[in-house]
Design a binder for this molecule. Structure first.
Ligand code: UDP
Length: 271
């Protein structure tokens, strides 16, 4: 358990720097500062649903053409670099982010830290049927201070059916979790949370892709040594080649141009 943050003022954007990168504002934070900020939100009484997005190369490519995703990023309470290539690119263009803060690392760290005075209440939204339940069992086994208060796997296409969104809002409203783990894939999860943030009765929503699958053991993270080499993306392609190879090939052809333009425009701006 971490030291109590309950009586400390809640962190706001004024407390840390942001940089403009690839068309969005990104928070200049390392993992430990991020944990403290989110814990200050979960320890305080509910006032509104804050939400966190974690761009990787694929999101960065999507952001160039998708106004709706840029809006969702613009209103996010934290924008953190999920992948090492985004951190490397931030350094190349002279706006260095301190380190990678991947959603799939952030969630286990928050679960391990818990809350000082009461169990941390968590809702798992997304992943295939049965996976959330499996993840919940693993969480209860691994983390003493966590209570999984809800699990829901919305049916495919749920985002186009109002009654399915209402069902999610109802389930979250019934349980009022400290943390809503949203694993619906990008850009669906960011767009859905953005559209429904005012009705969501969770203190913090974390848009974190396949994290529920990782906790359930349905998908495996890259070994640590591969992550340290900045090659987790390679592991993901090899583990789901059919789904990801084409996407990553497209991203690899577009991302260098995005970085180049960012670098060039920064040069012009400072001349
Ligand atoms: N997913 C879901 N509902 C959907 C689409 C996806 O629950 O309508 C889940 C899927 O089961 C998986 C996760 O979203 O658990 C996908 O995460 P990943 O980060 O691999 O997706 P990406 O953002 O790379 O597409």
């Amino acid at each position: 358990m971490v030291a109590t943050l309950e009586h400390e003022p809640r962190a706001t954007h004024d407390d840390w720097p942001r940089v403009r990168l690839f068309g969005v504002n990104m928070d200049v934070l390392d993992m430990s500062s991020t944990l403290k900020i989110i814990q200050s939100w979960t320890a305080a009484p509910f006032d509104r649903c804050r939400y966190v997005v974690t761009p990787n190369v694929d999101h960065t490519v999507l952001l160039q053409d998708r106004r709706d995703l840029r809006d969702a990023y613009h209103d996010a309470d934290l924008v953190l670099a999920d992948g090492w290539p985004v951190v490397a690119a931030s350094r190349i263009v002279g706006k260095p982010l301190p380190e990678r803060v991947a959603g799939s690392d952030l969630v286990p760290r928050l679960l391990a830290a818990g809350l000082a005075s009461q169990p941390l209440r968590v809702f798992l939204l997304g992943a295939a049927p049965g996976v959330g339940e499996k993840a919940a069992r693993n969480i209860h086994r691994r983390y003493d201070g966590v209570d999984v208060v809800g699990v829901h796997s919305p049916p495919l296409g749920f985002e186009n059916r109002e009654e399915e969104s209402n069902r999610i809002l109802y389930l979250v409203g019934q349980t009022q979790p400290d943390i809503l783990v949203v694993g619906l894939g990008a850009p669906k999860q960011e767009l859905w949370v953005h559209a429904h943030r005012d009705q969501l009765k969770a203190k913090v929503a974390l848009c974190v892709g396949a994290t529920i699958d990782f906790i359930a053991g349905e998908k495996s993270r890259a070994p640590r040594w591969l992550q340290r080499l900045g090659l987790e993306w390679l592991h993901r392609i090899l583990s789901e080649p059919r789904r990801l190879a084409k996407r990553y090939a497209h991203d690899a052809s577009v991302f260098p141009g995005i970085v180049w333009r960012e670098w060039r425009d920064k040069g012009l701006a400072t001349r």
